[in-house]
Design a protein around this ligand. Sequence first.
Ligand code: 5RP
Length: 235
Amino acid sequence: MTDPAITDLSKDAAARAATLLVEPGMRLGLGTGSTAAIFVRRLAQRVQDEGFALRCAATSKATTELATSLGLKVEELDDIGWLDLTIDGADELDPDLNLIKGGGAAHLREKIVATASDRMVVIADQGKVVEQLGQFHLPVEVIPFGWQATRTLVTRALDRLDLTQRPVLQRMRDGKPLLTDEGNFILDLALEAIPDAYELADELSSIAGVVEHGLFLNICQLAIIGRPDGSVVEL
Ligand code: 5RP
């Protein structure tokens, strides 16, 4: 390991394996979060070593800054148009490769980038693999205008689906409401289990103030799971 910024061997194993999916000239989506950041570092190393060109679109300001600082060319998604491949992390993934994302509050851009790609590949450590989604809180990005009414509607939807009685919390940072890159708020849904992710996704999407929820259903085609010994398994 030559990069002192990379300390998690499982995440690094997945990230290294994912760099091998990248081909010269590709249009590539770059995810957000600690695993995606390791991928960006490994990718930048490979591009520097092999000297090939890529066109990258990033899923957050943080990833744009990191990638640019490492010499990768980051463009607006609309300037690239469509992507060949997106590599991103996840908060949870189930055996059908359905995901919860948004732990880093970036799931709106992440979903746009992933669905504007021919292929989305998740990189993660074994701890992210679950039988059923829902132990990780489900992030929902909402418009600030009338957000408390939106929260009421979200709570009612959860009640209708018999999902949870725990309060829907607004995500805070440093004592203030967290603002996403798009200037929105995040509600975190503590659900414990999501028996029917498709039903919940439909309910949430039908609420006016909801911009996007963190359920990624039928979007990911491959998951690369890293292990501390440097090996990986593909799901
Ligand atoms: C950000 C995300 C991340 O991909 C997710 O939170 C996983 O992050 P990490 O790799 O740090 O565990 O969805 O919105």
